[in-house]
Ligand binder design. Structure first.
Ligand SMILES: C[S@@+](CC[C@H](N)C(=O)[O-])C[C@H]1O[C@@H](n2cnc3c(N)ncnc32)[C@H](O)[C@@H]1O
Length: 194
């Protein structure tokens, strides 16, 4: 992983201070939609075990190779089926740049339900909650055929209604401890579930 791809900087600036401030237990963290492990590796400096979950086999393979290169056997990569079927218990769940690409709100609800089963501690989750202006609504309605690559379904960033997210978290029994940058493309929810 090149320096440009490393997320050590944002990890130290935003995540580590929260882990310390809230005295998050250090047994296990889960990085949902981990990609090649940009955050999973820095998290391994704090947690004894880090589980990266990603649907893309290529991402998991590159992540495993990187873990091997770093001599880190505390970082494990799971696919989606394993995420749902394995008995997991985590002190911290992190997810960035993932939920914004999921079109289906029911899929997000299913993932959050699973987080609820797995988590005994805190979660730090990223969503895009910018208001939906006319240009956005229009683009959202157009079929992929008429859209540039970055705006097609699966690639584009889906804006979420903040109140719906808050309701979903509270229905699942999560307490919202803090929100960072609400109403922006980098809206992070810091949640607690005991
Ligand atoms: C834009 S990348 C972000 C990767 C990583 N979080 C980072 O910031 O470097 C989004 C990742 O989410 C994964 N992903 C998408 N849907 C997923 C799902 N339902 N479950 C797990 N991973 C998913 C994709 O395969 C991709 O690797």
């Amino acid at each position: 992983m090149t320096k440009a791809h490393s997320a050590t900087g944002p990890y130290q600036q935003f995540i580590l201070p929260l882990l310390k401030q809230y005295n998050v237990a250090n047994q296990c963290a889960l990085d949902f939609g981990c990609g090649v492990g940009r955050y999973a590796f820095p998290l391994a400096g704090y947690f004894k075990k880090v589980i990266g979950v990603d649907t893309a086999e290529t991402m998991r393979r590159i992540g495993r190779q990187e873990a091997q290169k770093r001599g880190l056997n505390s970082v494990e990569f799971l696919d989606s089926a394993e995420f749902y079927s394995r008995p997991l218990q985590c002190d911290f769940i992190y997810s960035t740049h993932v939920f914004q690409h999921l079109e289906n709100q029911d899929e997000i609800a299913k993932i959050i339900e699973r987080f609820k089963e797995v988590l005994r501690g805190y979660a730090y989750l990223h969503f895009d909650t910018r208001p939906k202006d006319y240009a956005y609504v229009l683009k959202y309605l157009l079929p992929d055929l008429f859209l540039p690559k970055t705006k097609k379904r699966g690639m584009r960033r889906v804006r979420r209604d903040v109140q719906k997210l808050r309701d979903m978290f509270s229905e699942c029994g999560f307490q919202i401890v803090k929100e960072f940058n609400p109403g922006t493309e980098f809206h992070y929810f810091f949640l607690r579930h005991l």
